[in-house]
Design a protein around this ligand. Structure first.
Ligand code: UDP
Length: 388
């Protein structure tokens, strides 16, 4: 049919979808409620210092998917960047994720890999099938490391007890019996030389794509052709079943002279410190030189109706509501829900790109076969592992 296509949201998912469909010959209109593209990976030059700032929190592109890596590199030069994180706990700074360096520093020991493995085996709790974040942590690293590095941070980040959270959240972090202090283990990792905004702009820069900034798409609004909705799934239905829970973030920026913390991200593990982490943006671009620096303290809290939603919470209360939204979504025609907000999942950037490429391909094939694409290609409920 090659009819017009409408996309709600000019973030990473929306931009990749728009580009893939435009390249396949569709006319695409992208509606974006904000006054800029790039969603939460938006980056901008700080007016006073010239430092490239990640306005909605730190985003690091990392993937094992060579096709996804090649894809993003088509739209901008990526420079080598290896993300490292430190964590301040009890007045001392440790490497994060937990590695041989963290273990030896924390316990004042000089264990080698095998001795450290035996030690952690002995000190960790014997929980065969961890049902929640706390059990996962206790069985992985034991109580002392859990309490020092995960408990306070996680309570601040998620606003609930770690035992109420799914184990899957902690499974994002490795435990290493080596001195490898890289945060991510993926083959490909980098930072766009000029930030993410020009990368997204380049994706959207196509004669068949029209972008309407500061123009939210009203769900159910009279649009021609298929709609891809990368906004929040509950917003599509005007929250008729209630509001799905998200954590939002508050950011406090400060300009300082020189180098504030010597690294891009310092986590604050102690529950008594109100922020979860401090980002020092210029360390994301080590190829640039700046005399001044911009630091951002990050605080998480429950997301209200006028806040930016960041992390889907996905607790038991959300599960029942999510099922109702999934049923409502499946009853729609010509709408497909995509991305982090559209499918209410905690997605890394590379997964957003992969899924958007796949959704576009499925849509094109369905269209060629004169079929309609359903509400979901990536179902929200699949990986929803809930605590027992
Ligand atoms: N986490 C923690 N302490 C840390 C780092 C992470 O307790 O120093 C926990 C926390 O619950 C967090 C989760 O591990 O939400 C996943 O961490 P990740 O770095 O993947 O979070 P993101 O950068 O996506 O916010």
């Amino acid at each position: 049919m090659r009819g017009p296509v409408t996309i709600a949201g000019a973030g990473l998912s929306g931009a990749v979808l728009a580009r893939e469909l435009a390249d396949a010959g569709y006319d695409v209109t992208v509606y974006e409620a904000r006054d800029h593209v790039a969603g939460n990976c938006y980056t901008e030059r700080h007016a006073e210092t010239g430092v490239l700032v990640h306005r909605y929190g730190p985003h690091i592109f990392h993937t094992d998917d060579a096709e996804v890596w090649d894809y993003v590199n088509r739209f901008g030069a990526f420079r080598p960047y290896a993300h490292r994180v430190w964590s301040k706990a009890g007045g001392t700074v440790f490497p994060m994720p937990i590695s041989l360096a963290t273990i030896n520093q924390f316990f004042g020991s000089d264990m080698g890999p095998d001795a450290a493995r035996d030690f952690i085996d002995e000190t960790s709790e014997d929980i065969a099938a961890p049902h929640n974040f706390e059990e996962q942590a206790l069985s992985m690293v034991g109580r002392a490391l859990y309490e020092a590095f995960f408990e306070g941070y996680t309570r601040k980040q998620w606003g609930c007890a770690p035992r109420d959270l799914p184990a899957a959240i902690l499974k994002r972090l490795p435990l290493r019996f080596s001195y490898d202090d890289g945060y991510f283990a993926h083959r490909f990792q980098g930072m766009p030389e000029e930030g993410y905004t020009p990368v997204i702009e380049a994706m959207l820069n196509h004669p068949r794509i029209a972008v309407r900034l500061s123009t939210p798409l009203n769900p159910g609004h009279d649009v021609d052709g298929h709609v891809f909705w990368s906004g929040a799934i509950d917003a599509y239905f005007y929250h008729s079943e209630g509001r799905l829970g998200y954590r939002t973030l508050d950011f406090e920026n400060e300009v300082r002279a020189g180098d504030y913390q010597g690294c891009a991200v310092m986590n604050y593990a102690d529950g008594a410190v109100p922020y979860t982490r401090i980002t020092e943006h210029k360390h994301f671009a080590p190829w640039e030189a700046h005399e001044q620096t911009v630091i951002t303290r990050e605080m998480a809290r429950a997301c209200g109706p006028d806040d930016v939603p960041y992390y889907p919470i996905r607790l038991a209360t959300e599960k029942a509501m999510l099922h109702r939204y999934i049923a409502a979504a499946k009853a729609t025609r010509n709408v497909t829900f995509v991305g982090r907000l559209g499918t209410y999942r905690y997605l890394d950037m590379d997964v957003c790109v992969r899924e958007a490429i796949d959704v576009a391909e499925k849509f094109i094939n369905a269209d060629l076969a004169d079929q309609r694409l359903g509400a979901f290609i990536h179902a929200p409920i699949d990986p929803l592992t809930l605590p027992a």
